[in-house]
Every structure is written in C-alpha cells, then in structure tokens.
Design a protein. Structure first.
Length: 193
C-alpha cells in the first residue's frame, strides 16, 4: 500500500467516526438525558394475612408490576408489600420480611399526588425497618431496591404512590403509582423538553 493511501484511509476513518458521534452532540442535547412521559396507573394489593393463596400482595415499582411475594419466581424483586396491623393497613419494606434490600418509603402527609414532584433528599426520610401506616391524604415516595440502570450503573429509582381506597376489613388497598425511569434522579416528573 502506498504511503499516501494509508494516510487517506486514516483520515477517512476519523471522519466517519466523527460523523457517527455527531447525533450525540447535536443541538446541545445531553445524550444521557432520559426522555419519559408520566404514566400513573391504578393498582390493587391484598394484605399478606388474607387466607386466599396467590393474591397480589407486593409491588415492583421498577417494573410497575403487582407480585405475589411468596412466589419463588419473584426472588425479592419487589419494593413493598401490604398487610393489616393494629386495625389499619401498612406498607412493609422488604427488610421486614427477611430480605436484604435498600428499598424505603417516605411519607408526605397532607399532600396530593400532583403536588409531590421531587423525592426527599434526606436518606433518613425513607423508612426501611418498620411498617409504614397507609393513610388517605398522604403521598408515599418509594426509593426502590438497587437495580441496574442505563450505562451499566447500579442505582435506585424513585416513584410516587397515593392511596385511593383503604379497606382494612377486606385487607385491600387501591392506589395510583408511577416511577421515574431515570437512574438516581429524585425528580418524579419528566424533564421539560
């Protein structure tokens, strides 16, 4: 190969490489920014102490899925369960059921779903070692268990839960929930585009 053609090939490869990166740098946009849309959904969970088997009694905030925590296939892939205690309903963080987890729940009383737009920054606000009473008029911010995020990071995700109906006699809780897909970002609403 002639020396001048080797230099031309190198310049051509460099140009192709730079053109490949152009979409990442275009329009001053952050290539790591997560674009998402709010998608609050209603869910129903049943207390752990109900006699029926295979009832949905836990919730996976990351997957936005109800789970049966007694099912071996869930393998601890959930962020809270519900149960009855002291005549009321409670959220149970996974550590109370013998799992190693960093999931936690922060209560924000006297609030509505749309008012809570940022998860608390104080890590002490998240309860992970005791039951959290479920009350109407309170929004709960859930810090999920550690999970894989984008670009190979391990992180928490943050979401909101607002109870809509609580029936301690039947052992049923109906709530609305949504979770941000943005790894370690405490914002509970999508970024402005």
């Amino acid at each position: 190969m002639a020396p001048h053609s080797k230099g031309t090939m190198t310049r051509t490869l460099c140009l192709v490489g730079l053109l490949g990166l152009a979409p990442l740098a275009g329009c001053n946009e952050d290539p790591f920014r997560i674009h998402w849309t709010e998608n609050p959904q209603e869910q129903v969970l049943y207390a752990l102490d109900r006699e029926e088997l295979n009832q949905f009694n836990g919730f996976d905030m990351i997957g936005r899925l109800r789970v049966v925590i007694e099912d071996p296939q869930t393998e601890g892939a959930w962020d809270f369960a519900v149960d009855r205690q002291g005549g009321g309903m409670v959220f149970l963080p996974p550590t109370l059921l013998g799992l190693e987890s960093r999931a936690g729940i922060a209560s924000i009383p006297d609030s509505e779903y749309d008012d809570v737009v940022v998860a608390p920054s104080d890590t002490l606000a998240y309860v992970s070692d005791e039951p959290v009473p479920i009350a109407l008029g309170t929004v709960y911010v859930v810090r999920t268990r550690l999970a894989s995020g984008g670009f190979g990071r391990v992180c928490h995700f943050f979401g909101r839960v607002e109870p809509l109906e609580i029936d301690p006699v039947a052992g049923v809780v109906r709530f609305v929930q949504d979770t941000s897909p943005d790894c370690n970002n405490r914002s509970l609403v999508p970024p402005d585009d």
